[in-house]
Design a protein around this ligand. Structure first.
Ligand SMILES: [Zn+2]
Length: 102
């Protein structure tokens, strides 16, 4: 189980709003959160830090987006995945090119 706590700042109608949230981390593509934001340090056009990693491996998870993603995904189990027939990987098929319009 991996989590990460981030601090994010957003400029909304001239006011800086700050959000601190703990996210679920997945190793599927390295080290990223379930939601789209998370373990990224990013800067706005004035080079101000708008997102920053604070802590790691802290519970409870507080990110509502991570909760929704987890809730949808955890109902699947390993038997729901096709890992044996070969259909689980992309298959290249030759299709006839079609042209649109004349
Ligand atoms: Zn999240």
């Amino acid at each position: 189980m991996r989590t990460i706590t981030t601090r994010e700042q957003l400029l909304v109608n001239g006011k800086v709003r700050e959000r601190v949230a703990t996210h679920i981390v997945t190793g599927a593509h390295g080290y990223e959160t379930l939601c789209t934001s998370g373990y990224n340090v990013s800067y706005n056009d004035k080079r101000g830090l708008i997102e920053n990693c604070e802590k790691q491996e802290e519970l409870p998870i507080t990110c509502p987006t991570c909760y929704v993603v987890w809730h949808d995904v955890h109902k699947f189990n390993s038997g729901n995945f096709d890992t044996e027939s070969g259909k689980g990987s992309f298959t290249e098929i030759d299709l006839t090119e079609i042209s649109i319009g004349r």
